[in-house]
Each structure stands twice: as structure tokens, then as C-alpha cells.
Design a binder for this molecule. Structure first.
Ligand SMILES: Nc1ncnc2c1ncn2[C@@H]1O[C@H](COP(=O)(O)OP(=O)(O)OP(=O)(O)O)[C@@H](O)[C@H]1O
Length: 311
């Protein structure tokens, strides 16, 4: 089963350059959360901080009873084993075949005999649909296959938390749809806590249980999918609906002149699109954290956009 990750008042800067501050959120155990934000707002830095590759300036990251920010390097090494990370390009070793890439964490971090390793690698490659590709080098397979190989490697130590850094970058829409289905199926099968950084709005709208948005050095909003997809908060609304009208400009924030010109022209954001149903596991079963469609809206007296939650 996955574990809850509780982030409190996290801040990170490089030199005098702040990336974000005051980031507080909870990744519920076993649920899928998505983190969005304009380029350069520090989403990758957030993932690296969560897994202990970067030290925050302030704040706490609670994984169970332990605050990762206070651990010594040796303890951190242990806690890191709870995490599986899928880096943007799969981060495979180019000179190793897929089998050796996936086996690598097992050989590094465990004393399992090769016979057992073989069984685990075969199982994980099968889970991501790559059975038969063991002997191929990363350079000999497509980008989508490299992502899936990276995913098999991220899962090999049975992590309780899996972080995905733009798993869909560079994939065509059909491959992205397959990968999203694979992510939902793997979450169902493993029960691990997932956090996905993505720029793909369709992924953000259909895959997660929770959505967060980083903007302008802070977490603009984090909460249940329905809360963000029905939000009229200008930044959230603009970003989640990929619109030009709103406070976000080409270089992050629009300046006062741009906003005034927009207001003078009477530019209004279009109505919110319907909230789609969540992506279900392949077997059509109910997701681990699934709530009845519209439940959050009803409980919070929010009228969802017309046409929401239809097949
Ligand atoms: N090791 C580092 N040293 C100094 N600055 C860094 C370092 N890592 C990241 N940054 C800076 O931190 C900021 C956030 O970078 P990050 O890659 O996390 O953004 P992002 O939101 O993931 O962007 P994108 O969506 O384009 O991938 C950028 O300005 C980047 O240059």
C-alpha cells in the first residue's frame, strides 16, 4: 500500500533566486495527484526535493513518521527506497540493454540472487507491456518504449510512492492515452501513491484524484480534481482550460498594461467545459480512491459546468 506524503511550508531557492515558497499539500496514500504549472515554475525541482535529491531551504516533508528534511544522508538513502522515479527521458543507461537497466536497482540495493532478479524483471516488463524487449538497447527502441522501460525500472523495488516527471513529453496523443491507461492500471495494481508532473491538460483532467498548480513562486491551489476543474479562480481556470485570457502571460505573469488592454477589449474567458469522468482501470472496475462523480461539487454547493460527468 502507498503512504501519505505531507509537505508543510516548503521553500526552495538557488542562491538569491527563489523557486517557490510556502508549499503545503498532502498527497493522500494510494491516490494519483497531478502537478501542473507554467514552464520554469519549479515542478521538477519539487519532485527532486521530495525524493531528497535537493535540500529545501525551509519546511518539512513527512513520509509516515519521518521528516525527510531532517534525515542524515544514510537515513535518507533508506527512505529513498520507498520512492520510484520516472525521469523525463526514462534516464536509462545507453550502453545497457533493457533487462540490465531494469535489473540495475535490484543489483544495487538488494542481495537477491540473479534467478530471483530475472523473475522480477520479467514481471515488471510484462506489467508495462515490454516482454520480449529485454535484449534491446535504449537507442534501438521508440521514445514511448523507453518511458515504459523507465517505468518498469521505477517499479522494480516495489515503491510506495511513484513520481513521474512529464511521462507524456514527446509522445503522440495515442501513446499518451496508452500511457495514461497504464498509469491508472499500475496505481490500481500497486496501490502506491502517485505524483505526476505534466503539461498535458487532458491527462490532468482525466487521470488524477487530485490536482495542484504551481504559479509565480507558490502553490496556487491543490485539491480534489472536481474542485480545480470547476474553479473560476483566474489562474486555475486559465491554465486548466489552456486559454490566453487571464493573468498568465507568455513570460509567466501579464503586466498591468496587458491586463488593462484585455479588460478594455471586454475579453471574457469562455464558459468552463464539462468535467469529464475519471479514467477507469482497464478491467472497468472502480478505482481505489474513486468517489461518485459530482460528489465533491454537491458537498461544496458548486454547480458543475453543464454536461459534466457524462460518458
Ligand atoms: N540545480 C539547479 N541550480 C540552479 N538553478 C536550478 C537548478 N535546477 C533548476 N533550477 C532552476 O529552477 C527553476 C525551476 O526549474 P524546473 O526545471 O523545476 O522547472 P519546471 O517547472 O519543471 O519547468 P518545465 O515545465 O519547463 O520542465 C528554473 O529557473 C531552473 O533554471
Amino acid at each position: 500500500m502507498g503512504v501519505e506524503v505531507r509537505v508543510e511550508g516548503l521553500a526552495k531557492s538557488f542562491g538569491t533566486q527563489p523557486v517557490w515558497q510556502g508549499v503545503t499539500l498532502t498527497l493522500p496514500a494510494g491516490e494519483i495527484s497531478v502537478l501542473l504549472g507554467p514552464s520554469g515554475t519549479g515542478k521538477s525541482v519539487f519532485l527532486k526535493t521530495l525524493v531528497g535529491l535537493l535540500r529545501p531551504d525551509r519546511g518539512a516533508i513527512w513520509v509516515g513518521e519521518r521528516d525527510l528534511t531532517r534525515l542524515r544522508e544514510r537515513e535518507l538513502y533508506e527512505v529513498r527506497k520507498l520512492f520510484g522515479v520516472l525521469f523525463q527521458d526514462g534516464a536509462l543507461f545507453g550502453s545497457m540493454n533493457i533487462y540490465d537497466n531494469v535489473a540495475f536497482p535490484l543489483r544495487e540495493h538488494t542481495r537477491k540472487p540473479e534467478r530471483e532478479i530475472r523473475g522480477i524483471v520479467a514481471e515488471k516488463l510484462d506489467m508495462v507491456g515490454l516482454a520480449g524487449a529485454e535484449g534491446k538497447l535504449p537507442g534501438e527502441i521508440s521514445g514511448g518504449m523507453r518511458k515504459r522501460a523507465g517505468l518498469a525500472r521505477a517499479l522494480v523495488l516495489e515503491p510506495q510512492i511513484v513520481l513521474f516527471d512529464e511521462p507524456d513529453s514527446g509522445l503522440d496523443p495515442v501513446r499518451t492515452a496508452y500511457l495514461n491507461q497504464l498509469i491508472v492500471d499500475l496505481n490500481q495494481r500497486t496501490g502506491a501513491t502517485f505524483l505526476i508532473v505534466t503539461h498535458d491538460i487532458n491527462t490532468a483532467r482525466t487521470v488524477p484524484d487530485n490536482i495542484g498548480l504551481i504559479y509565480h513562486g507558490h502553490l496556487a491551489m491543490f485539491g480534489p480534481r472536481e474542485m480545480l476543474l470547476s474553479s473560476t479562480e483566474p489562474v486555475v481556470r486559465q491554465f486548466l482550460n489552456a486559454q490566453r485570457i487571464g493573468p498568465i502571460g507568455m513570460a509567466e505573469e501579464k503586466d498591468a498594461d496587458e491586463l488593462r488592454a484585455e479588460a478594455d477589449a471586454g475579453a471574457e474567458p469562455p464558459p468552463l467545459p464539462p468535467i469529464p469522468l475519471q479514467l477507469r482501470p482497464t478491467d472497468g472496475g472502480v478505482r481505489r480512491a474513486e468517489r461518485p462523480p459530482g460528489q465533491w461539487c454537491a458537498a461544496n454547493y458548486v454547480v458543475p459546468p453543464e454536461g459534466s460527468f457524462q460518458q
